[in-house]
Design a protein around this ligand. Structure first.
Ligand code: NAI
Ligand SMILES: N[C@@H](CC=O)C(=O)O
Ligand code: NA
Length: 432
């Protein structure tokens, strides 16, 4: 073991930052044995200096401005655990890389939106940028795609990539409780982002998908071309229809490489068969799915959020740096960004749920809208009005395989019907 410790500066002392300090303390011996030397936190930065975080910060240098960590001469590795694609987090990471200082971050928004530029900065300045914690918390997702599958030609990556949304969807299904109450629980457990709309509107999971796709296909994906939907529109009646039709609802993402190397990528709530392995991935658990031309399909499941799993991934990156096993940021030489295919080019079976007037002739109007768009029905069900709703009854259909462009035409036609009382909910049915 080398005599000189590896010295860390930690910016951000929230769920993850404090988790890292606790893990380094509680598992110090094993970590030192694997890193080949002891790992020490020497400097920290956060918004509030006097908050009791349940960890001993005495003896550590405190920086009010996290950017000062990039210049602290006692710091070997900067840990960016603040969050956000802009502001202090981005400025700190850029400043550290420009000085040739190694950076470990858990920040998916930063990597998804600025990863190509940060990779250039790291390469040009001889620094490493590691981000295992940014995708699927404790699951070694980055290692899987960038190292474990380095020899393969990946055709697909994706999965369940947001712990907060999976926790909410699972609890809604199991307990029938309301969205807001369950979200508050996920926040108290340290799963949610500082602004939880980043989770529930699908952005956080989409950031992670973009990172996985960049690694899998060897080039960054233009984030603004991903199709992204969140889970706010999912109601109790959708959970009931899913149960009736033999499905479960999951916020699912897929990035798929087509024949001509075109990329299809989306993050959206989907129906998956109750019997599919991914349907059993519940609560804060995530699942990372890959499909390689040589390795075939693979699914790894584990905790996607929370202090312990995320800290485990952050510290594993630190150990890699200590061992000298860091790799190019995207696993390959830089290549230009690629745009994803437009939503209308997708296809599959779909679930469409409407709130409609409870009168004769309505089903015929809906059926006509589907017929006019060339969409054929596989199943239909109507439930009684939900307790507490003012008017209307929920009605759901499952289609046979069709183009998403046809479903978009159906939505346009339905908008014009007086019998349709609220915005329809459309979900893809995915075979995983
Ligand atoms: N909580 C989780 O389960 C996971 C979080 N992450 C990522 O880890 C990062 C940190 O997340 P959490 O610990 O959950 O967030 P948090 O909100 O609990 O903690 C953020 C910390 O950053 C500090 N901070 C915020 N703005 C600052 C500024 N301008 N200057 C100095 N300090 C500032 C806050 O004082 C706080 O100590 C984010 O990028 C998040 O996306 C990644 C995987 C899982
Ligand atoms: N808010 C995120 C935290 C981990 O990345 C989530 O819920 O998955
Ligand atoms: Na991970």
């Amino acid at each position: 073991m080398s005599g000189k410790p590896l010295r860390l500066g930690i910016a951000g002392l929230g769920t993850v930052g404090v988790g890292v300090i606790k893990l380094l303390h509680e598992n110090a011996q094993a970590i030192a044995a694997r890193a080949g030397r002891s790992i020490e936190v020497v400097s920290v930065s956060a918004r509030s200096r006097n908050r009791d975080r349940g960890v001993d910060l005495s003896g550590l240098t405190w920086h009010d401005d996290p950017r000062a960590l990039a210049e602290d001469p006692n710091v070997d590795v900067v840990l960016e655990l603040i969050g956000g694609a802009e502001g202090a987090a981005r400025e700190l990471v850029e400043a550290a890389l420009l000085r040739g200082r190694d950076v470990v971050t858990a920040n998916k928004a930063l990597l998804a939106l600025h990863g190509a530029r940060l990779a250039d900065m790291a390469r040009e300045n001889g620094a490493s940028l590691l981000f295992e914690a940014s995708v699927a918390g404790g699951i070694p997702a980055i290692k899987l795609v960038r190292e474990g599958l380095a020899a393969d030609r990946l055709l697909r990556v994706g999965g369940i990539l947001n712990g907060t949304c999976n926790y909410i969807l699972t609890a809604m299904r199991e307990s029938g409780r309301g969205f807001d109450e369950i979200l508050a629980e996920a926040q108290a457990l340290g799963y949610a982002e500082a602004d939880p709309s980043t989770d529930v509107d699908g952005w956080d999971a989409a950031h992670k998908l973009a990172i996985l796709a960049g690694l899998a296909f060897g080039r960054p994906v233009a984030f603004n071309t991903l199709h992204v939907e969140g889970i706010r529109s999912i109601a109790a009646c959708d959970q009931a229809f899913a149960q009736e039709f033999g499905y479960r609802i999951k916020l699912l993402g897929t990035a798929r490489r087509g024949e001509d190397d075109a990329i299809e990528a989306w993050m959206r709530p989907c129906m998956v068969a109750q019997t599919a392995p991914i349907a059993a991935v519940d609560g804060v658990f995530n699942a990372v799915i890959t499909e390689g031309a040589f390795s075939g399909p693979m699914l790894i499941e584990g905790r996607g959020a929370g202090a312990g799993p995320t800290a485990s991934a952050v510290v594993a990156d630190v150990i890699d740096l200590s061992r000298g096993t860091a790799l190019p940021v995207w696993g390959t030489a830089p290549r230009p960004e690629i745009s994803c295919q437009p939503r209308a080019s997708l296809s599959g079976e779909y679930y469409l749920r409407l709130l409609v007037q409870d009168r004769s002739g309505v089903v015929a109007e809906i059926a006509a809208a589907l017929r006019d768009a060339g969409v054929s029905l596989r199943a239909m069900s109507q439930h009684a009005a939900e307790v507490g709703t003012q008017s209307g009854v929920p009605l759901a259909v499952i289609t046979h395989a069709t183009q998403e462009s046809a479903m978009l035409s159906v939505l346009t036609a339905l908008e014009k019907l007086d019998s349709v009382l609220a915005e329809p909910v459309l979900m893809k049915i995915e075979t995983v």
